[in-house]
Structures are given as structure tokens and as C-alpha cells.
Design a binder for this molecule. Structure first.
Ligand SMILES: Nc1nc2c(c(=O)[nH]1)N(C=O)[C@@H](CNc1ccc(C(=O)N[C@@H](CCC(=O)O)C(=O)O)cc1)CN2
Ligand SMILES: Nc1ncnc2c1ncn2[C@@H]1O[C@H](COP(=O)(O)OP(=O)(O)OP(=O)(O)O)[C@@H](O)[C@H]1O
Length: 193
């Protein structure tokens, strides 16, 4: 089988997101938030939860409502700050007092944060992606931030992708790729593990 190459898939999914339009993206983000809260309600033991903050100029899923709900549910909520100089991510705690500014990549950065010393504490990680496939493989922007970050977590950490779209049949897989356990979409929850 001929697989679509990564770069054309990245471009395709960037276009698909953009073409949704503002009001549709907002509606789909709300549906995905609902799916996330549904899944979390079935796993009361998941307390330490990592969420990405949306890059608006790349039309990512809006996770801010989800974060607010999680804080309201007394979950411990974290995000990571990417260091484009060394490719690393440092994990920080966020709460209802946290404010954000945008870095030069358009990523919201929490201000005045407390660093989490041990990311192995994380029980759940919500992961940004451009595309994913029916086996839970994911495709991101290609800088490897999440691949490296996930490799450092506990093997038991639950990895949950969020997508506006249905899966691809099959993506190209490399040794360093860490597969998802779930992907949440407006149409429902896909389980891979
Ligand atoms: N919200 C969010 N945070 C995240 C990620 C993500 O995918 N989403 N990342 C996931 O690993 C890391 C950041 N990775 C990024 C990689 C590329 C670009 C970016 O702006 N790319 C542009 C232009 C690239 C260029 O010109 O070189 C683009 O893709 O159009 C942004 C973030 C860490 N934090
Ligand atoms: N665990 C790792 N250790 C070192 N380098 C890694 C690791 N995982 C990925 N990389 C490097 O990161 C680069 C990007 O990987 P890949 O194309 O899989 O990114 P992606 O999954 O699309 O994007 P992202 O993880 O940024 O969302 C690759 O060149 C790869 O060598």
C-alpha cells in the first residue's frame, strides 16, 4: 500500500482545519471537550492531567474550556513550555489564577508558574496532532517535541489525542513514535490500546 508522505499530510490537515471556519471549529472544539469530560468521568482516578494550549494561528482545537472544567473538577492541571533551542519541554502547573501570553510561535505561555519536577506523575496527557491513524499513530508538526516528551513519561501515562477529523487508514511509523491510547473526536472516542 502506498502511504501518503508526511509533508503532504501535514499540509492537507492544516488546510482542512483552516477550511472549517471559526464557528465550526468552535462547535467541534466544544464537542471534543464534551467527549473528554465523558471519558474522564469514567476514570475518577485520573487526577494529574496535562493539556496543550491551542496555537490559534494554526487553528488548533480550543482546549481552554476543557482546562477550566478540569480545574473546576479539582483536577491537577499541567501544560508544557517548549524550548525551541533545545527541543525540550518543561512541565508546569496551571490553575484558575494563571494568565497567558503568546510566544513567537503563537503558543500560549503561562505566566508565573510553578514547575513540576517529576513529569512521571502525569496520569493523562492530551496531545495535539495534525493527523492520526486507525492504530493510534500520530503525525505532528515534525519537530519531535511530543515524541521526546512522551518517551520520558511513565509507560502507564494515558495518551489521548484530540482531532476534529476521522483517522487516516495508516500513517508511516518510525521507531521513536509513541502511539496514542485514545483519540477524541466530535464523532466519538476511538480506543487503540
Ligand atoms: N499547542 C501546541 N503546543 C505544542 C505543540 C503543538 O503541536 N501544539 N508541539 C508539538 O510538538 C510543540 C511545538 N511545536 C511546534 C512546531 C511548529 C510550529 C509552527 O509554528 N510551525 C509552523 C511554521 C513552521 C516553520 O515555518 O518553520 C507551521 O507548521 O506552519 C509551532 C509549534 C510543543 N507545544
Ligand atoms: N525520543 C526521541 N529522541 C530523540 N529524537 C526524537 C525522538 N522522537 C522524535 N525525535 C526526532 O524528532 C523529529 C520529528 O519527529 P516526527 O516527524 O515523528 O514528529 P511529529 O510526531 O510529526 O511531531 P511532534 O512530535 O513535534 O508533534 C525526528 O527527526 C526525530 O528524529
Amino acid at each position: 500500500m502506498k502511504m501518503k508522505d508526511k509533508q503532504s499530510l501535514r499540509n492537507l490537515y492544516k488546510q482542512r482545519r483552516k477550511q472549517l471556519g471559526d464557528s465550526e471549529r468552535l462547535r467541534l472544539s466544544e464537542e471534543i471537550t464534551r467527549q473528554a469530560l465523558q471519558l474522564l468521568s469514567e476514570h475518577a482516578e485520573w487526577k494529574h492531567i496535562h493539556v496543550f494550549l491551542p496555537i490559534r494561528r494554526l487553528y488548533e482545537i480550543d482546549t481552554l474550556a476543557l482546562i477550566e472544567e478540569l480545574i473546576g473538577l479539582q483536577k491537577k492541571v499541567y501544560t508544557s513550555i517548549a524550548d525551541f533551542a533545545d527541543g525540550g519541554m518543561s512541565t508546569v502547573k496551571i490553575g484558575d489564577q494563571t494568565t497567558f501570553h503568546e510566544d513567537s510561535w503563537g503558543i500560549p505561555i503561562p505566566v508565573q508558574v510553578e514547575e513540576l519536577s517529576d513529569p512521571k506523575l502525569l496520569q493523562v496527557v492530551f496531545i495535539p496532532l495534525l493527523a492520526y491513524d486507525r492504530s493510534g499513530n500520530r503525525l505532528g508538526y515534525g519537530k519531535g517535541f511530543y515524541d521526546r516528551f512522551l518517551a520520558d513519561l511513565s509507560p502507564s501515562t494515558v495518551k489521548i489525542g484530540l482531532s476534529y477529523f476521522l483517522p487516516e487508514e495508516q500513517l508511516e511509523v518510525e521507531d521513536h513514535d509513541v502511539p496514542l491510547d485514545y483519540c477524541l473526536t466530535p464523532a466519538g472516542i476511538l480506543t487503540f490500546s
